[in-house]
Write a protein that binds this ligand. Structure first.
Ligand code: HEM
Length: 154
C-alpha cells in the first residue's frame, strides 16, 4: 500500500475507533456510573454536558470517516472495483450516520430544553431514547468492524 491510502486508512480507523469506542464508554461506563451515584437533578445535567462534548467529537469523526472512506474507494478505482464488504460498510455506515443525525437533532435538543427547564421526567425520557439509539449504533458499529475486517476474507 502506498503512503496516501495508508494515511487515509489511518484517519479512517482513528475516526471509527473514536466513534465506536466512545459509544461503548458512554453506554457501559459513564451512564451506569451516573445512574448509580447521582440523583436526577444532578445526573441529567451531567449526562447532557457529557453528551454535548462527545457529540462534537462524533460529528468530526463522521466527517473524517466519510471523507477518508470515499477517498479510499476512489483510490481503489471506484465502487465497481471494491470488495462487497466495502459496499456493506458504506451502507451500514450511512445508516449509523442517519441514526446519529436523528438523535442529535430530535431527542438531544429536547433533552437540553428539559434540563434547562428542570423538567426531569421529560429529560429522562429523552435521555432514555438517546441511550437506545446509541446502543443500536454501537451494535451496528461492531458489525461494521467485523464486516470490514473479517468480511474481506469471505
Ligand atoms: C460510511 C462510509 C464508509 C466508507 C465509504 C468506507 C470505506 C472504506 C474503505 C474503502 C476501506 C478500505 C478497505 C480495504 O482496503 O479493503 C475501509 C476500511 C475500514 N473501515 Fe470503512 N468506510 C466507511 C465507514 C466505516 C465505518 C462507519 C466504520 C466503523 C464503524 C468503518 C470501519 C472500517 C475498518 C475497521 C476498516 C479496515 C479494514 C481493513 O483494512 O482490514 N468504516 N473503509
Amino acid at each position: 500500500m502506498s503512503l496516501l491510502p495508508a494515511l487515509l486508512l489511518f484517519l479512517h480507523l482513528l475516526a471509527a475507533a473514536f466513534w465506536v469506542g466512545g459509544m461503548a464508554t458512554m453506554h457501559f461506563a459513564v451512564r451506569p456510573a451516573a445512574v448509580a451515584h447521582l440523583e436526577p437533578p444532578l445526573r441529567l445535567p451531567f449526562m447532557a454536558a457529557a453528551l454535548s462534548r462527545f457529540f462534537v467529537g462524533v460529528s468530526t469523526a463522521i466527517g473524517v470517516l466519510l471523507a477518508s472512506g470515499l477517498l479510499l474507494v476512489w483510490a481503489a478505482g471506484g465502487f465497481a472495483r471494491v470488495h462487497w464488504s466495502v459496499h456493506a460498510m458504506f451502507t451500514l455506515g450511512l445508516v449509523m450516520m442517519a441514526l446519529f443525525l436523528h438523535l442529535r437533532f430530535a431527542p438531544y435538543p429536547r433533552l437540553l430544553r428539559a434540563v434547562a427547564a428542570g423538567q426531569w421526567p421529560v429529560a429522562a425520557a429523552n435521555l432514555n431514547l438517546i441511550r437506545k439509539l446509541v446502543a443500536t449504533n454501537l451494535t451496528l458499529g461492531v458489525l461494521v468492524f467485523a464486516l470490514a475486517v473479517v468480511g474481506r476474507a469471505l
